[in-house]
Design a protein around this ligand. Structure first.
Ligand code: NGQ
Ligand code: ZN
Length: 457
């Protein structure tokens, strides 16, 4: 048992001072006591928050950041970006993915995330044939997460069609092909590796209504329930206007209506993006208890649109945040753009705040913590007994944090400039980032550089 002392900590019941946090040998918090004496406890750097969960990530896309910003001969769109992304990933093997993921996961820790939901669809070799061990790529991601020490919810994706109406996969998409039989074999294989590891969780992800035929989606969801694979289920939905139109044309239903015909939604579901859901769909989504996974910087980068957060919150909807294509890796950046998108479209301020919770940054931060714990299916996001000891500790002397109390701290983290060194970060009771550095940083970054030089040569 180890004991830590925080001058200020964000607890489920609110901000508390002089907090003693006891961590057990399995990496769980066993006791939390405000108003304690520092005694022999290890002093944390002042302000302590629960680590954030990143609910939507495609790790390999980190290596593409900055390389898809050039105008080609056609109009630049989400769809032309996707072609660039496909061309880039055609060269990636498992070692490349492991090196890229390790660099990314380390950056995510520094950005305030202590757990990630990896939406994994790069299953096979470049020509589309499965690796000898079909779990090769999944295990590369798992190993990168282990090297870095970030919590991982791995969500292997079903992927069967190139578009609505059973369109065939194009050449680049053959690497992604996974049907329900293959999915459940992969999950069984991975379960043997993940089972006893409290930093791991499995779920699955029908990639999108475009990529999974209705019968397969239905079957996979029922089969998961039958096998008691009660993990989270994630799906991309309504990110682009074009896919909403195609869904309507092909099925006669809007995307969320269509999904609700195929599966019963609940708190284990994470609807990723949901950008172009209409008012009625927002209401139904909120009522279902599902979490919407918002990825504001990626959604901006790809020209997706702005999720109607204000209306969704009015309906009592749950949300979490994701780094998705990893053009940004910080919690603050993601929440700031989320709120600024609302301000820019609605022409008012503090859109995320409410009368009951008037601090805008604080409300967004707390909701994202709670939404992420559901969407990742792990006991994270709270400094409380039984939850993982995933902690982010910040220096009170940081210019943007100095003399702030309580919820002003979260407001400053979202809306004030980020200053000096990144926080100290503990995952499952183990320090992973100290004074802004990871113990394996030199090795991880050198492997990343070598990988990128080779890929771009
Ligand atoms: C993905 N990413 O699976 O990586 C997708 C693009 C698609 C985002 N939607 C591919 N942001 O949706 O078909
Ligand atoms: Zn995605």
């Amino acid at each position: 048992m180890r004991g830590y002392f925080a001058a200020q900590a964000l607890l489920p019941q609110g901000w508390a001072e002089d907090v003693r946090i006891e961590v057990g040998p399995e990496g769980n918090i066993v006791q939390v006591e405000p108003g304690a004496a520092p005694d022999e406890l290890e002093r944390l750097p002042g302000i302590v928050l629960p680590g954030m969960g990143d609910v939507h990530c495609h790790a390999f896309q980190r290596a593409l950041a900055g390389l898809a910003e050039r105008l080609g001969s056609d109009e630049a769109s989400f769809w032309s970006w996707r072609q660039t992304m496909y061309a880039f990933l055609a060269r990636l093997g498992p070692d490349d993915v492991a090196a890229i993921a390790a660099q990314l996961y380390m950056e995510l820790l520094k950005g305030g995330y202590t757990a990630v939901g990896e939406f994994h669809y790069l299953h096979h070799a470049p020509d589309g044939t499965p690796y000898d061990d079909p779990a090769t790529m999944a295990l590369a991601l798992h190993e990168a997460a282990s090297e870095v020490g970030i919590g991982l919810t791995l969500l292997p994706a079903l992927y069967m069609t190139g578009g609505f109406g059973d369109q065939s996969l194009d050449d680049a998409q053959r690497r992604f092909r996974l049907d329900p039989d293959q999915l459940f074999r992969l999950l069984e294989r991975l379960d043997r590796v993940f089972r006893d590891d409290p930093a791991r969780r499995l779920g699955f992800a029908p990639h999108s209504l475009r990529a999974v035929p209705p019968a397969a989606l239905r079957e996979a969801v029922l089969e998961a329930a039958r096998r008691d694979v009660a993990g989270p289920i994630h799906i991309h939905l309504a990110e682009q206007v074009r896919e909403v139109r195609e869904c309507l044309e092909q099925t006669g239903r809007r995307p969320l209506e269509r999904l609700m015909e195929l599966a019963e939604l609940g708190a284990q579901w994470c609807i990723v993006h949901g950008t172009h859901l209409d008012e009625d769909e927002l209401e139904r989504l909120a009522a279902s208890g599902a979490v919407v996974g918002l990825c504001p910087t990626t959604e901006a980068n790809l020209g997706d649109g702005v999720f109607p957060l204000a209306a969704f919150l009015d309906h009592g909807g749950r949300f979490a945040i994701g780094s998705d294509s990893n053009v940004a890796t910080s919690v603050s950046e993601e929440l700031r753009l989320l709120e600024y998108g609302q301000r820019l479209t609605l022409l008012r301020r503090c859109v995320g705040a409410s009368r009951a919770e008037p601090h805008c940054g604080a409300l967004l931060w707390r909701r994202a913590l709670a939404g992420a714990a559901l969407a990742l299916g792990r006991p994270v996001g709270r400094i409380a007994p039984g939850f993982r000891a995933d902690l982010v500790a910040l220096e009170e002397r940081e210019p943007s944090l100095v003399a702030k109390r309580g919820d002003q701290i979260l407001d400053a983290l979202v809306f004030a400039p980020a200053g000096g060194p990144v926080p100290d970060v503990m995952v499952g009771g183990v320090w992973r980032i100290r004074h802004g550095r990871h113990a394996a940083e030199a090795r991880i970054s050198e492997a990343y550089r070598a990988t990128l030089r080779r890929l771009l040569a």
